[in-house]
Design a protein around this ligand. Structure first.
Ligand code: FAD
Length: 469
């Protein structure tokens, strides 16, 4: 049996990789990565600098690890719908193995690849692994997908008796002899006209394992209390690893379960179930990438306000947590979850700007930018998503700052103009004495919280009047 194992950017690892394990058990293995010119062109790469850096580092490490096992990663440029069927036929492969993707465009790609391979009589086998449970397999009493997280999480709990994660194969067979190889080297950042950003997390399976261990040995114990604290390193920081698959979600789940039983572990597993929920939602309703979950929000009268948009993206709104989030994103390609919620709520509710603009901006800039989780996070924050809470809940950025960054440590780290602002005013510097304000070089708030709140409520009520809140 000759198998192509097609690595596709969400499974850049050797551990717990079912397509690789199955292929190795059944004969010859050809590891393949397709470099789609759409993503790997400098014009496009410029838009996704953080994700590309992480991806290229992970790919490079995968290449090295495959070589250590006796194989070789073939990196081939082109569009996968053309390249995969053509190479599979040329290389006389019996089957192509890969992990399933949840996103609609990934499903469409796979449909076309399956069609192309089918014409050549070559099997295309997709394996689960992006989620803990196969998308579409967690159903409510009526056989449909859950519309609310809590019962979904409960239903998952009953099914989560997972098989153990698979080990890294001890060795792999060499590439079959006589293959005509049209592989190219993995591009460097310079090839894509990008500069290395040292503030980003390192890609690759090894760094991912080290992050997991550091989390299990440290922050996990207090995760239940610290996960919301923007001023503390209280979360796992594994989101990019889960997005690019340098760790499988099953590995992370099982490691957390093995770590103990307490409230912190329960809360952590619950977050992994939120991730699960967002993927199952997108599987069920692929149109979510285009349309709001709550149909009443269709055609919502979002404002066009370029100056407000600029202030929000540059971190110059005058609201410290909102601005810290914008600057953390720009520098580190990451934003703390609480700050994401505050910033997204501010953009959509205080500024009345379209959540899809914020969603696209985050997707470009986040290293962990993931279609399912990002879309769900933005829709949830805008009030039009899948949420047990009503749409009219509006975060107060000052109250959020006081509760989850009480000394202003997070704000001061990312908004250095406020480094000398006394703690008493750090979340609302406009209340500081005038002389101090003059020294801070920090903008006045671009909107008044109470007025902006009223504006959102009035606009949303007007738009939703035919739908009960
Ligand atoms: C507006 C907005 C946009 C977001 N965009 C993304 C995104 O593009 N990619 C992404 O991975 N997460 C996204 N999230 C969810 C969340 O903010 C991040 O997963 C989290 O901050 C990552 O940090 P961590 O790994 O330390 O999380 P931890 O607290 O350690 O959580 C562990 C894992 O659980 C998952 N998770 C945690 N919180 C959530 C959540 N609320 N929804 C779904 N999954 C969750 C993540 O995979 C995370 O790595 C978004 C949230 C919001 C409000």
């Amino acid at each position: 049996m000759r198998s192509i194992v097609w690595f596709r950017g969400k499974d850049l690892r050797l551990a717990d990789h079912r397509p690789l394990t199955e292929a190795a058990a059944s004969g010859e293995v050809i590891p393949l990565f397709v470099l789609d010119p759409f993503f790997f062109a400098p014009e496009r790469a410029r838009e996704l600098p953080h994700r590309l850096q992480f991806l290229l580092e992970s790919l490079k490490e995968l290449e090295t690890h495959l070589a250590h096992l006796g194989s070789r990663l073939l990196v081939v440029p082109g569009r996968s719908v053309d390249v995969v069927p053509r190479l599979a036929a040329q290389w006389k492969a019996d089957q192509v193995l890969a992990h399933r993707w949840v996103e609609p465009f990934g499903r469409e790609r796979d449909r076309r690849v399956a069609e192309g391979l089918g014409c050549e009589g070559i099997a295309f086998r997709l394996f689960e692994g992006e989620t803990l449970l196969p998308p579409g397999s967690v159903r409510n009493g009526q056989g449909g997908m859950f519309r609310v997280f809590t019962p979904f999480g409960r239903a998952c709990g009953a099914k989560l008796d997972l098989e153990p994660a698979l080990p890294v194969p001890r060795a792999l067979p060499p590439l079959p002899e006589g293959l005509v190889i049209e592989a190219v080297p993995i591009p460097s950042l310079e090839d894509l006209a990008l500069r290395s950003n040292l503030a980003l997390q390192s890609g690759g399976e090894q760094a991912a394992r080290a992050r997991l261990k550091a989390f299990l040995d440290g922050p996990l114990a207090d995760y239940g209390t610290d996960r919301d604290r923007m001023d503390r390193p209280g979360t796992s920081r594994l989101s990019a690893d889960l997005k690019f698959g340098t760790l499988s979600v099953r590995t992370v789940w099982q490691a957390a379960v093995a770590a103990g039983q307490g409230e912190s572990v329960r809360r952590y597993l619950n977050e992994l179930l939120w991730r699960e929920f967002t993927h199952h939602l997108l599987w069920e309703w692929p149109e979510l990438l285009e349309h709001p979950f709550r149909a009443g929000f269709q055609g919502f009268p979002w404002r066009e306000a370029e100056a407000d948009w600029q202030a929000w993206t540059e971190g110059r709104t005058g609201y410290p947590v909102v601005d810290a989030a914008a600057r953390q994103l720009k520098t580190e390609g990451f934003v703390h979850n609480r700050a994401r919620m505050v910033a997204a709520s501010f953009l959509t509710k205080h500024l009345l700007l379209d959540y899809r603009r914020g969603e696209a901006h985050y997707l470009r800039r986040l290293t962990d930018g993931d279609w399912a989780q990002n879309n769900a996070g933005w829709q949830w924050s805008a009030g039009c998503g899948c949420d047990a809470q009503p749409w009219f809940r509006i975060f107060n950025p000052v109250a959020q700052g006081l509760a989850f960054d009480p000394d202003g440590t997070y704000v001061k780290r990312w908004v250095p103009e406020l480094a000398d602002c006394p703690t008493a005013f750090i979340q609302e510097p406009w209340k500081a004495p005038k002389a101090l304000r003059a020294r801070l070089d920090y903008p006045e708030p671009i909107v008044d919280h109470a007025l902006a709140r009223q504006r959102f409520l009035a606009t949303a009520k007007g738009h939703l009047r035919r739908e009960a809140p």
